[in-house]
Design a protein. Structure first.
Length: 416
């Protein structure tokens, strides 16, 4: 019995008796940590479920845009076919006119020889004429026929020239439709690729949701440290999905730009003559600048693990958000992650601006916008730490610091 006990407790010194108060404090701390992890997992699960619904909507919008693009391709094919048929008909008309011109040339040459080269024909007409008046009439008819032939030749040549001009125009129109079709095919390919990315995000999000649910069930039987480690991994996965969703917004913008050219937008009345942009929230406070960030949900960029691709300006909820420049509404989106509710404007020179985390968007795609126009209301949707507008500027698809384009000194109602 003694040997068995010695074997159970080992040969080393016997441990001291545990302090019940210390054990209770440790247990309470463990339960608090587990409760905090469970709350974090629950919040992550709620966000992921809403994000899943938003991804479904984005996929549907993508499919709808693909259908519209395919219809545009069919329309282009119909126009190309019609132009091809017109070009065939026009060529037949040109060939027929050319043959008539050649026939008229032969007839005019024969008529000219009858009048000018063969004077004997005049003697024949004189012999056949019953009077001098009859002779004059016959000669006049012959001269009139020659004049009509020359006029016909001129008319045929003019018709031939017009047909050629029309043919060139139709050929140009056909080439333009062919180029349009090539662009539409490229846009369709981008949409299909974007759909594949969205499907991949959807699968990853579904797996993340399932893992989060399982972890919520298992957290009570795990140590607080392990539960926190797993929760952090799941959160990191979710942040990757959010970053992918934010990139998909700009992929959609590129597709929109491929199908819609805003051209050179004339400056609206009252547009600033000194600076390209005005502050989208002139009475706000700049809360975060462009550049590296410590926020975990910011995506990796420019060699940094987390990078803030715009600037944040804070004002009270439902404060008006102004368009920084004249433009056209390219996209209006909504969701509980990434940019939340957002508006994207396309501007002259290929610039695009995004206004994120809105409570409400007040414009729709295709709207013409003037600088200073209210396009939405302040909010805290998406990945947001409080009410503010995320203002992002991209040139050729790459984010750049908006500060050099704005009046200096922070948000202000600068209007010069």
């Amino acid at each position: 019995m003694v040997a068995t006990l010695a074997t159970l407790i080992g040969t080393g010194p016997r441990p001291a008796f545990a302090d019940p108060a210390s054990d209770l404090a440790a247990a309470q701390q463990q339960q608090q940590l587990i409760a905090a992890v469970r709350d974090k997992l629950g919040n992550n699960l709620a966000d992921a479920l809403v994000a899943q619904d938003q991804l479904e909507k984005s996929l549907k919008a993508n499919v709808d845009q693909q259908a519209q693009t395919r219809q545009k391709i069919q329309d282009a094919d119909s126009k190309i076919a019609a132009l091809d048929a017109d070009l065939v008909r026009r060529q037949l008309q040109i060939d027929a006119t050319n043959r008539r011109i050649e026939i008229e040339k032969v007839q005019i040459r024969s008529l000219a020889r009858a009048i000018y080269v063969q004077p004997g024909s005049i003697l024949v007409m004189l012999g056949e004429s019953h009077s001098l008046g009859d002779l004059i009439t016959r000669i006049a008819d012959l001269s009139s026929a020659g004049g009509r032939a020359k006029k016909l030749k001129v008319q045929l040549n003019e018709d031939y020239a017009l047909l050629q001009v029309s043919q060139v125009k139709q050929q140009t129109a056909r080439e333009q439709q062919a180029q349009l079709r090539v662009g539409l095919e490229a846009d369709l390919a981008k949409l299909v690729d974007l759909q594949a990315q969205q499907e991949d995000s959807k699968r990853k999000l579904a797996a993340n949701i399932e893992q989060t649910r399982n972890q919520i069930t298992a957290v009570s039987s795990q140590s607080a440290a392990l539960s926190k480690q797993i929760a952090d991994i799941l959160e990191a996965q979710q942040n990757e999905i959010i970053a992918a969703a934010m990139q998909q917004v700009w992929d959609q913008v590129r597709v929109w730009q491929g199908q819609n050219s805003v051209g050179n937008i004339p400056a609206s009345a009252g547009h600033s003559v000194k600076y390209r942009f005005i502050w989208p929230e002139p009475m706000g406070t700049l809360t975060q600048s462009f550049g590296p960030s410590t926020l975990s949900f910011e995506p990796a960029m420019n060699g940094f693990p987390h990078f803030h691709a715009g600037i944040d300006i804070a004002e009270p909820v439902d404060s008006p958000i102004l368009a920084a420049d004249d433009g056209v509404v390219a996209l209006v989106g909504s969701g509980p992650y990434g940019y939340g509710n957002y508006v994207v404007l396309a501007h002259t020179d290929g610039l695009t601006t995004l206004y994120g985390h809105m409570n409400t968007a007040l414009v729709k795609p295709g709207d013409r916008i003037t600088q200073g126009q209210v396009i939405g209301l302040e909010g805290s949707t998406g990945n947001s730490t409080g009410p503010h507008v995320h203002f992002e500027l991209r040139i050729a698809g790459k984010p750049v610091d908006p500060a050099p384009y704005l009046p200096p000194g922070g948000p202000s109602p600068f209007k010069q």
